[in-house]
Design a protein around this ligand. Structure first.
Ligand SMILES: NC(=O)C1=CN([C@@H]2O[C@H](COP(=O)(O)OP(=O)(O)OC[C@H]3O[C@@H](n4cnc5c(N)ncnc54)[C@H](OP(=O)(O)O)[C@@H]3O)[C@@H](O)[C@H]2O)C=CC1
Ligand SMILES: O=C1CO[C@H](CO)[C@@H](O)[C@@H]1O
Length: 335
């Protein structure tokens, strides 16, 4: 079987970065769909895409598309991914996967019923440095992992109507940025056994800073910070009894790290940065992984199984419960 034929649903900022990375990796990008023909045409012209559809419905109905990349704001992910699955397409859905666990579970179930792949575009999981970090942990170099500390902090637009701040667009630092540290902690330490979270909310009711402390099986602890109003180091620390890993900023993008023993000896230095000329941004690895999963028939995923994505959405639900953030569609759900 050759590669999958990709269709991109929505023409916003990250859709452009993804299209560019598909081209970098030589993958088969055949269609785009937008709410307007004009945007679809402009996007298609930019990335030399053969078919430009004037609606998401027309895109998912395209018989010559195998997999859809959903890149709308968070509250639309569930409906858009559902539409694609109902039309027999595999789906790669931007992070945060959905607004909440209930929506995520619904997609998991539908994909399983239809024998299709639905997977979260948490691109960090597939980056070269993260693959090496996993190997180092698995071979015991760090000893027992006692703690993980990580931040995702950026200075982003503060306009109340921007998708980072508008609750009707799924606004908030947690779903947009905090998802990275929480997913990273899940990757390294597994499910939390306890969660304590505090936040600062802005005038729209969206969270701008969220600090979370979690405990994990075996007593390990994690701390994570997200902010959409201030840029921090964006580094990650994995602290073991024998050694630690310091992942340099920006830890969630292609980057470097060091393994440092307790006495300060540097055991390994790893450079996972991509060629600035033609290496792309790094989103091609999640696309290549999706193609591999379909090819192998591993539809539940492996580096980020769909069950883990669903469970992570449950962790975000609990954090939002503690900090008092509810989305308008959830208010309607609960009458
Ligand atoms: N992996 C990563 O590094 C990143 C991931 N993201 C994720 O990607 C998703 C989109 O983010 P981003 O590209 O920055 O967002 P943008 O606002 O730039 O684009 C969103 C696109 O969604 C479509 N859309 C559908 N309904 C709406 C609506 N009601 N309001 C606005 N747009 C709508 C539009 O496309 P059209 O008009 O063509 O229909 C729009 O261009 C989010 O889930 C975000 O978390 C974002 C940035 C980086
Ligand atoms: O995933 C993301 C990474 O950073 C972006 C800002 O540059 C975020 O807004 C985005 O959703």
């Amino acid at each position: 079987m050759t590669g999958l034929r990709w269709g991109i649903l929505a023409t916003g900022g990250i859709a452009g970065a993804f299209a560019s990375d598909l081209r970098t990796a030589g993958l088969d990008l055949v269609a785009v769909g937008s709410r307007s023909q004009e945007s679809a045409d402009a996007f298609a012209a930019r990335f030399d895409i053969p078919r430009a559809h004037p609606s998401y419905e027309a895109l998912v109905a395209d018989p010559d598309v195998d997999i859809i990349y959903v890149s709308t704001p968070h509250p639309m992910h569930h409906a858009n991914a559902r539409l694609a699955l109902e039309h027999g397409k595999h789906v790669l859905v931007e992070k945060a996967f959905t607004l909440n666990r209930a929506e995520a579970e619904d997609l998991q179930q539908l994909a399983a019923e239809r024998g299709l792949l639905v997977t979260e575009a948490m691109w960090t999981r597939y980056l070269p440095h993260m693959l090496r970090v996993r190997e180092i942990i698995a071979d015991g170099t760090l000893g027992d992992i006692r703690a993980v500390t990580v931040d995702h902090t950026q200075l982003l637009p503060s306009e109340p109507t921007h998708r980072l701040n508008a609750l009707e667009l799924g606004g908030g630092a947690l779903l947009d940025l905090g998802i990275y540290p929480i997913s990273f902690i899940w990757d390294i330490l597994g499910a939390p056994t306890g969660i304590r979270s505090l936040a600062r909310l802005v005038e729209t009711g969206a969270d701008a800073e969220v600090a979370t402390v979690m405990t994990h099986e075996g007593g390990a602890v994690s701390t994570s910070l997200s902010s959409s109003r201030a840029a921090g180091p964006n580094t990650a620390l994995i602290l073991g009894t024998k050694a630690r890993i310091d992942i340099d900023g920006v830890w969630y993008a292609p980057t470097t790290f060091r393994v440092v023993a307790g006495d300060g000896t540097v055991l390994e230095e790893f450079d996972g940065r991509l060629d600035p000329e033609n290496g792309g941004r790094g989103m091609q690895f999640e696309a290549l992984a999706a193609e591999r999963l379909v090819r192998e028939g591993t539809l539940e995923g492996d580096l980020l199984p769909i069950a883990e994505t669903v469970a992570i959405m449950g962790t975000l639900d609990e954090i939002r419960r503690q900090i008092g953030v509810t989305y308008p569609s959830e208010e309607a759900d609960h009458g």
